[in-house]
Design a protein. Structure first.
Length: 221
């Protein structure tokens, strides 16, 4: 028996195979645990680097955005495209239903059309272009990124115009008498109103959540 073990370069320990397996299992369990970067760990590192500054807020947003998988991002973009599609449909069907401010249906049509375009560009950029290997923030299709920035700038200006048109007739709008000069269809007006108002609600909620995260990080320190 000892000769056979010597032939294969093994040492005779006299232990049973189960003892050897148990010893190997203990050695694996006593090894270092697997390392991973948690979201809170990244947030803590960003706080240590930037402190409570705009840089920390920017890093916090980047970390939270990066924590969402690519497929989830695509699914979210597709789901959000339901809103601009609804804007186009409702605005087109009610384009003559708002004499109090005839630009409201036009606002919804153009806003929805550009929203659909921006969503499609993001999907194409994420699925087909990807990112450069040397730069995590650089897309392989810079022309799409530039076009998306132009669309976002236009949509910001168009959003401001929508605020003026929708909120401008808020106190005088009439949803009951189609013959009135202040008449505006209830569906088209309220849909435009809540599309704009929801943006402010989301911005406010984002600020509150961001402040809560900052307070949590301060307490952890």
């Amino acid at each position: 028996s000892s000769g056979i073990n010597a032939e294969y370069g093994q040492q005779t320990t006299g232990g049973r195979p189960s003892d050897v397996a148990s010893e190997e299992a203990r050695s694996v369990m006593q090894g270092p645990p697997p390392s991973y970067d948690s979201i809170f760990g990244k947030i803590k590192d960003a706080h240590g680097e930037h402190g409570y500054s705009f840089g920390f807020a920017k890093s916090l947003f980047t970390i939270l955005a990066a924590s969402i998988g690519g497929l989830i991002c695509v699914a979210l973009v597709v789901a959000l495209m339901a809103l601009p599609i609804a804007q186009v449909v409702i605005g087109a069907k009610n384009r003559d239903e708002c004499p109090a401010q005839s630009k409201i249906p036009l606002y919804m049509i153009i806003s929805g059309a550009f929203g659909i375009g921006a969503g499609l560009i993001q999907i194409v950029d994420g699925m087909c272009c990807g990112k450069d290997d040397g730069d995590d923030n650089s897309s392989k299709c810079p022309c799409l990124g530039f076009l998306l920035k132009i669309i976002n700038l236009f949509m910001l200006a168009w959003f401001i115009c929508g605020n003026v048109w929708v909120y401008g007739i808020y106190k005088s709008v009439d949803h009951e008498d189609p013959a009135s000069e202040d008449y505006c269809g209830k569906l088209v007006y309220l849909f435009a109103f809540w599309c704009i108002t929801s943006v402010y609600i989301i911005l406010g909620a984002t600020c509150v959540i961001g402040c809560c995260l900052v307070c949590v990080m301060a307490c952890l320190n």
